[in-house]
Design a protein around this ligand. Structure first.
Ligand SMILES: *Cc1c(COP(=O)(O)O)cnc(C)c1O
Length: 453
């Protein structure tokens, strides 16, 4: 059979409220051309983020009812512990309220002033937490990872020579840990190969430095390894997942991604002494270590989510939907980051509308056009998000991130059509200027205006 069906039936539906172009025009103006200020009910297809937006399964909802709310040693914690230990092999499992809480605790115990933390690409909260500890965050992704059109299968890989170079330059005593983000979110959701994790691990072992994974999308990374890495096509996803974790000494995880839940995180260690220090910090800000800022029912939902996310029918449907959309867009000549990674399509807005210079926000012009034309909410990752204060990002991107198990094939077709329509009218896209701006993280709350050429 050629058609790949969504491997689920729908038991509960959430209506999408249809809107007209005129209505959306009005809402866009009210929102100051910033889609973060839209009301979600005015959005038809919401591709703002894949974080915390998953649809839970009947079994997860059953788990929510079963959740044991004991303060300490809850049955739900033990169910989560057993699942995580089986999947990752790590002995020490700390729940947290979300990924950034795990990061804060990890870098407070391991980083600090004068230290340097290498990563393929730090995610923004990871970088912020490294820097808040007083340490420096260094990105060492391979050169292909910065090229939009390179079809390298593992554009999330770390440049191992540059890692060696960093050890010689600053000394192993100043590198408390090495991190690898799988998949590499800030670099386009690109996967990291097992071969690269092994090579990075070898460098770490030589210097006695622990390797940690930022493993938010560990299952998508494992499935892309199965599809793309020589010798891996016959291995099961759980087996590949286990090898990824076996090569490392710990991990931070936001369960809002491959945990298939709406809130939650994990902090994992092999070393008992580090885990003991992390538990002490966790008690101060997250809660007793067997619930870590979550309710017992959340722990149940994560345990079940971790079981479902490594199922290959699910991963096949998810990764194929994204690949299918990428093929549709490439056939229409739309410039996107190739090959697509696990959770999103990234449009290259600089080539999409070359008439609009970076300081007039080409990515935001595409975002506004997609909302106006089709009620789709995407997010700009370019000069609006990272520019200002004299900074200029390397790329002008628009991300279409797919919530897990939420949209069906006809939704994906609709998104593809909308992007192709906007691409056909790309000469009519309007440049933008900021009219109101907060001192930090301006993309969340700033207001813009469309300006004449
Ligand atoms: C989402 C994310 C985080 C932070 O997790 P939160 O749950 O949003 O706090 C860290 N790293 C990566 C790669 C992420 O995608």
């Amino acid at each position: 059979m050629k058609t790949i069906i969504e491997p689920f039936k729908i038991k509960v539906v959430e209506p999408i409220r249809m809107t007209t172009r005129e209505y959306r025009e009005e809402m866009l103006r009210k929102a100051g051309f910033n889609v973060f200020s839209l009301h979600a009910e005015d959005v038809l297809i919401d591709l703002l983020t894949d974080s915390g937006t998953a649809a839970m399964s009947a079994e997860q909802w059953a788990g929510i009812m079963r959740g044991d709310e004991s303060y300490a040693g809850a049955t739900s914690f033990h169910r989560l512990y057993n699942k995580v230990a089986e999947l990752t092999g790590f002995e020490h499992v700390l729940p947290t309220h979300q990924g950034r809480a795990s990061e804060r605790i990890l870098f407070e115990i391991m980083a600090g002033p004068g230290k340097v933390v290498p990563n393929n690409n730090h995610f923004d909260t990871t970088r912020a937490n490294v820097e808040a500890s007083g340490a420096k965050a260094v990105d060492l992704v391979i050169d292909e990872g910065r090229l939009v059109a390179s079809r390298h299968p593992f554009k999330g890989n770390m440049n191992v020579e540059r890692l060696e170079g960093l050890f010689s330059e600053v000394g192993a005593e100043n590198i408390p840990l090495v991190m690898l983000t799988v998949t590499n979110n800030s670099g386009g959701g690109q996967p990291v190969s097992l071969e690269n994790i092994r090579a990075v691990r070898d460098v770490c072992q030589k210097h006695g430095t622990p390797l940690f994974l930022d493993a938010c999308r560990f299952a998508e990374n494992a499935y892309l390894i199965k599809k793309r890495e020589p010798g891996c096509s016959d291995r099961s996803v759980p087996e590949i997942v286990r090898e990824m974790f076996d090569l490392s000494d710990g991990a931070t995880i936001s369960a809002k991604k491959d945990g298939l839940v709406n809130i939650g995180g994990l902090l994992l260690f092999r070393d008992g002494e580090l885990a003991r220090r992390a538990r002490n910090l966790s008690i101060m800000t997250e809660g007793f270590p067997t619930y870590g800022g979550l309710a017992g029912r959340d722990l149940e939902a994560i345990a079940q989510g971790l079981e479902e996310v490594v199922q290959e029918d699910y991963l096949h449907y998810r990764l194929r939907s994204i690949e299918y959309l990428s093929e549709m867009l490439l056939a229409g000549g739309v410039p996107i980051m190739e090959p697509p990674g696990g959770h999103a399509i990234y449009i290259d807005a600089a080539s999409f509308c070359p008439r609009i210079p970076p300081e007039r926000f080409p990515g935001q012009a595409v975002v506004c056009a997609l909302y106006r034309h089709a009620g789709i909410r995407a997010v700009e990752i370019g000069s609006l998000m990272f520019g200002g204060h004299g900074r200029a990002p390397e790329l002008e991107l628009v991300r279409l991130a797919f919530p897990r198990r939420v949209y069906t094939q006809s939704h994906v077709d609709y998104v593809g059509e909308a992007v192709l329509d906007v691409f056909a009218q790309r000469d009519t896209l309007r440049p933008l200027a900021i009219v109101e701006e907060p001192p930090q993280l301006r993309h969340f709350t700033c207001r813009l205006e469309e300006i004449g050429d």
